[in-house]
Design a protein around this ligand. Structure first.
Ligand code: ADP
Ligand code: MG
Length: 614
C-alpha cells in the first residue's frame, strides 16, 4: 500500500488550532488584550464593531515589534515569552504558546501596525487567511495596533454559529471585565460601535471594581487579606446581604490571570454558608498569588482552567480567610482602612450646597388604620393572591364566594368530611383543603384531586403573561414613587435586550443610565418589594440561557416571571385563594403541566382508595 500519511499544510493546521483558541469574538479580545499587557503597555484601547464580528481592534502603547518580529509573530509556536520547557514553570506573562496570532490570522482579515521605542519608523502588515498580503514601512506611534476584521470569513459554518451582536458583545464585556480587573494599574478604554463603554484610568483594585460595577459596589465590599507560606490571598468579598440571584460578580485571579475554579468556588460558598438566602450567590473578587512553579496553566488553550499543586491546602486557607473576614466585618463593620472619602460621598451630593433639613408631617397618618396594619400571618401570600385575581379582571370570571375561613390541613389525619363534598366536577370546585402547605386537595366525581400549588400557580401566571404579551395589553400599576435600581453595565445591557418584552408584560421604565434603571410601573402581579428580586432573576436567567428569537425571549420571560412570582411550597393559602387557584388552573389551556413540563395535579379515584381498605 502506498504511504498515505501527510503533514498538513500550515494554513490548515492553523485553522484547526484556531478552532481551539478562537471560539468567538470575545476570544480574540482576550488574546489581543493579553498580548498588549505582556508588551508592558500602560494604556490599552479596545474598539469593537457589531459584537466583534466586523471588527476587534486593540491599540496599546507597549514595547512594539521590530519588522522581522512583526512578521514572525504570525507563525505558529512563535513566541518571545518562553524559550525552553523549564520556562513554563516560571511564567510571568499571559501568553506563552505562540498560537494566538497564527490562529487569528488563519480565520480573519488582520492588519497590524507596530513600532518599537528604538525604531524611527514602524511596520504595517496585512494578512488574510494566513497569507501575507502586504508588509510596508509606516510612520506609526510607539506600540502596537492589531485590527481583526471579518472573523471566520473563510469558515461560514463557524460564522453562522455566532450568536446575535448583542450576545457576542456581552461575552466581550465579560472578557474585558476579567482583564481590566486583573490589571487595575493599567488604563483601559473600550469603544463599541463608535460610542464609549468604559474609560478606566489606572487605579487600585478596589477602585477598579467600583469603576466597573458602579459606585454602589463600594459599600458592599469587605476586604480579604491573608499571607501564608503557599499563597497570598487578597481582594474583596461582597457583604452577605448583597448576595444576588445572578452569579455575575464572581472572580478568581491567580497570579493576575482570571481563572475558573469550581473547587475554590465551593470553598467560598462554604464560608458564606448560613449567611446568605438560599438561591442567591455571593459576589467575590479574590486574588491568589502563588509560586509560578506550583501552578499549571498549560492544561487548556484558553488558559482559564489551571491546576494548583496543593489544592486542598488552598481550599482550606481560602475558606478560613473568608470566614475570618466575614466575622470581622460583622463585629466591626468598617474595618477597611483604605477608605476613600471621595467614594464615600454619593456622587450627586458632592457639589451640592448644604441645606437645612426640614420636617414634613403626614397629617392624615393614622397608625391604627386597618389598611395600614401589618399583614396577618397566615395570609402570607395575600398580595399576589390578590394579584392573580386582578389579572383576570374584566374577564368576568367569578370565584365561588365562600366564607369558610382558613381551613388548613397540616397533618395527615384526614378528616372524613372532606369526602362528603358537594363538588362534582373540576370546574365547580367549591371546597378545598391545603395539605402540608404544598398541595391543594379537592373532591371530584371519581374521587380526589391533588394539586401542586406552586406548579399550578406557575401555569396560571405563565399563561396570563403570555396573553398579556401577545395582546400587548398588560395591566400595569403605576408606582407612586418610581424606584431606582442599581445594576452593572452588563446587567443593564441584558435588560435593554429584553426591554420591549418587559414593557409588554407591564413594566414601565423611566431613565436608564449605565448603572441605574428607573422603574415607574410594574405588572399588577408584582409587588413593589419584589421588583428588585424579579429583575435579578430575569437577568440571571437570560445570562445563563440565550434567547435566540423574540418568541423564545417572550416565552423565557413569561416562564421566569411565573417561576419567581408563583406561590411556593410552604406558603399558607386561605380558602378563597385555594379555590381561586384551582379554578384558574382549570381555565388554563394546558392545565395538566407547569410551564416547565411538570405535572400540576393528579387524581386518586375512589377505587384506588377502596383498594387500600382491602
Ligand atoms: P504568545 O502571546 O503566546 O507568545 P501570540 O501569538 O499571542 O503568542 O503572540 C506572538 C508573539 O508576538 C508574542 O510572543 C510577542 O512577542 C508578539 N506580540 C504579540 N502581540 C504583541 C503586542 N501587542 N506588542 C508587542 N509584541 C506582541
Ligand atoms: Mg498571546
Amino acid at each position: 500500500m502506498a504511504d498515505i500519511i501527510r503533514l498538513l499544510p500550515d494554513h490548515v493546521a492553523n485553522q484547526i488550532a484556531a478552532g481551539e483558541v478562537v471560539q468567538r469574538p470575545a476570544s480574540v479580545v482576550k488574546e489581543l488584550l493579553e498580548n498588549a499587557i505582556d508588551a508592558q503597555s500602560t494604556d490599552i484601547k479596545l474598539i469593537v464593531k457589531d459584537g466583534g464580528k466586523t471588527l476587534v481592534q486593540v491599540v496599546d502603547n507597549g514595547m512594539g515589534m521590530s519588522d522581522t518580529d512583526a512578521r514572525l509573530s504570525f507563525e505558529r509556536h512563535a513566541t518571545s515569552k518562553i524559550q525552553k520547557a523549564e520556562d513554563l514553570f516560571n511564567l510571568h506573562t499571559k501568553g506563552f504558546r505562540g498560537e494566538a496570532l497564527a490562529s487569528i490570522a488563519a480565520i480573519a482579515h488582520v492588519e497590524m501596525m507596530t513600532r518599537t521605542g528604538e525604531d524611527e519608523v514602524g511596520t504595517h502588515i496585512k494578512i488574510e487567511g494566513s497569507k501575507i498580503i502586504s508588509q510596508e514601512v509606516a510612520v506609526v506611534p510607539k506600540g502596537t495596533s492589531m485590527m481583526v476584521k471579518n472573523l471566520f470569513f473563510n469558515i461560514p459554518a463557524r460564522r453562522n454559529f455566532l450568536k446575535s451582536d448583542q450576545v457576542e458583545f456581552r461575552h466581550i464585556v465579560d472578557e474585558f471585565h476579567r482583564v481590566a480587573l486583573a490589571h487595575p494599574q493599567i488604563s483601559f478604554s473600550f469603544y463599541n460601535n463608535g460610542s464609549d463603554v468604559f474609560n478606566l484610568p489606572g487605579n487600585d483594585f478596589k477602585k477598579r471594581i467600583v469603576q466597573i460595577f458602579g459606585r454602589k459596589t463600594h459599600e458592599k465590599l469587605v476586604p480579604v487579606n491573608e499571607e501564608t507560606n503557599v499563597v497570598r490571598i487578597s481582594g474583596y468579598i461582597q457583604k452577605p446581604e448583597f448576595a444576588k440571584k445572578s452569579r455575575g460578580e464572581q472572580f478568581f485571579f491567580a497570579n493576575n490571570r482570571f481563572i475558573k475554579s469550581p473547587y475554590l468556588h465551593h470553598a467560598v460558598l462554604g464560608a458564606f454558608e448560613g449567611l446568605i438566602r438560599p438561591g442567591t450567590h455571593p459576589g467575590y473578587f479574590i486574588c491568589l498569588e502563588v509560586d509560578p512553579a506550583t501552578i499549571d496553566i498549560n492544561i487548556h488553550p484558553t488558559k482559564t482552567e489551571v491546576k494548583f499543586d496543593d489544592e486542598h491546602t488552598l481550599y482550606a486557607y481560602l475558606k478560613s480567610t473568608i470566614k475570618h473576614s466575614l466575622g470581622q466585618f460583622n463585629v466591626a463593620p468598617s474595618l477597611d482602612f483604605d477608605k476613600d472619602q471621595n467614594l464615600e460621598t454619593p456622587y450627586d451630593f458632592k457639589d451640592k450646597a448644604v441645606s437645612l433639613p426640614s420636617i414634613s408631617v403626614d397629617a392624615d397618618f393614622n397608625p391604627f388604620e386597618k389598611s395600614r396594619a401589618p399583614k396577618e400571618s397566615g395570609y402570607s401570600r395575600q398580595p399576589s393572591a390578590k394579584g392573580w385575581e386582578t389579572m383576570y379582571q374584566g374577564l368576568e370570571r367569578k370565584f365561588p364566594q365562600q366564607d369558610i375561613g382558613i381551613l388548613e390541613m397540616e397533618s395527615e389525619g384526614i378528616n372524613s368530611s372532606i369526602f362528603g363534598s358537594t363538588a362534582d366536577t373540576v370546574d365547580t370546585i367549591t371546597t378545598t383543603f391545603q395539605l402540608r402547605k404544598k398541595y391543594i386537595i379537592s373532591t371530584i366525581k371519581s374521587g380526589m384531586l391533588i394539586i401542586n400549588q406552586s406548579r399550578a400557580h406557575q401555569r396560571v401566571l405563565y399563561e396570563g403573561f403570555l396573553r398579556n404579551i401577545t395582546i400587548k395589553e398588560a395591566v400595569s400599576q403605576q408606582l407612586l414613587f418610581p424606584l431606582t435600581l442599581n445594576f452593572t453595565r452588563g446587567e443593564i445591557s441584558i435588560l435593554m435586550e429584553i426591554q420591549e418584552s418587559l414593557s409588554a408584560v407591564g413594566f414601565v421604565f423611566g431613565d436608564i443610565t449605565s448603572e441605574t434603571v428607573e422603574v415607574k410601573g410594574v405588572p399588577v402581579v408584582v409587588t413593589e418589594s419584589e421588583v428588585q428580586m424579579v429583575m435579578e432573576q430575569l437577568i440571571s436567567d437570560f445570562q445563563m440561557e440565550v434567547a435566540e428569537d423574540s418568541f423564545s425571549q417572550v416565552d423565557m420571560l413569561a416562564k421566569t416571571l411565573a417561576k419567581t412570582l408563583s406561590v411556593k411550597t410552604g406558603e399558607v393559602l386561605d380558602q378563597r385563594s385555594q379555590i381561586g387557584l384551582v379554578n384558574d388552573l382549570f381555565a388554563c389551556k394546558e392545565s395538566a403541566l407547569s410551564p416547565f413540563n411538570k405535572r400540576t395535579y393528579t387524581t386518586i379515584t375512589e377505587s384506588d382508595i377502596d383498594r387500600k381498605f382491602i
